[in-house]
Design a protein around this ligand. Structure first.
Ligand code: ADP
Length: 192
């Protein structure tokens, strides 16, 4: 299996690039933010629990996220592989992911990290706010909080994969196709 962690701050373009990668490599997309928004749309218990955290731009508690991801992996063990988007977002989640994959004789093939300067992230999220309908895209305070949470709790996850020699950084500024080509050549090198 080809199991990729697509990493980067809010607004880095993980969702856009994931859509292209899952198509070309036939991978299952596990995007925790999308899964939570689906639960919120259906007003499930999980959705109700996640809503207050998400709307404020805070992280949903690890145990909740980890359980949801584990279910998705279990459902798709016959897949070519997974692309994890927006997960893991804490070192504790990264540890849990390694353990749950290990149970099935699987592992992460590599992390691809999209690097985008903070000013550009804020500009992209504000542009997306016009159409996303996402509460957490709507004002400066929420956007700034998400970026702070990323810097504090999520950026150490890059170090976690660097220590396993699984880390590749990609410049996330440029054309969508150009960035995709850079991601794609990294992923292709992991396939062999
Ligand atoms: P973005 O990366 O643009 O902020 P996402 O859709 O990935 O958007 O995430 C939106 C929100 O969903 C996060 O701010 C957080 O509240 C919640 N969330 C998503 N993934 C996780 C995760 N792995 N751990 C904790 N919370 C998460």
């Amino acid at each position: 299996m080809l199991n990729i962690v697509l990493f980067g701050p809010p607004g880095a373009g993980k969702g856009t690039q994931s859509a292209k990668i899952i198509e070309s490599h036939s991978l299952i997309h596990i995007a925790t933010g999308d899964l939570f928004r689906k639960h919120m749309g259906e007003n499930t218990e999980l959705g109700q629990l996640a809503k207050s955290y998400m709307d404020a731009g805070n992280l949903v508690p690890d145990q909740v996220v980890i359980g949801m991801v584990e279910d998705k992996i279990q459902e798709n063990l016959d897949a070519n592989g997974f692309i994890f988007d927006g997960f893991p977002r804490t070192v504790n989640q990264a540890d849990a992911l390694d353990k749950m994959l290990e149970k099935h004789g699987l592992s992460i093939s590599g992390m691809v990290a999209l690097e985008v300067p903070e000013d550009e992230l804020k500009a992209r999220i504000k542009e997306r706010a016009k159409t996303s309908g996402r509460v957490d895209d709507q004002d400066d305070e929420k956007i700034n909080n998400r970026i702070q949470v990323y810097n504090r709790e999520t950026s150490p996850v890059a170090e976690y994969y660097r220590n396993q020699e699984k880390f590749t950084a990609i410049n996330g500024v440029g054309s969508i196709d150009g960035i995709y080509d850079a991601i794609n050549s990294t992923i292709t090198s992991l396939e062999v």
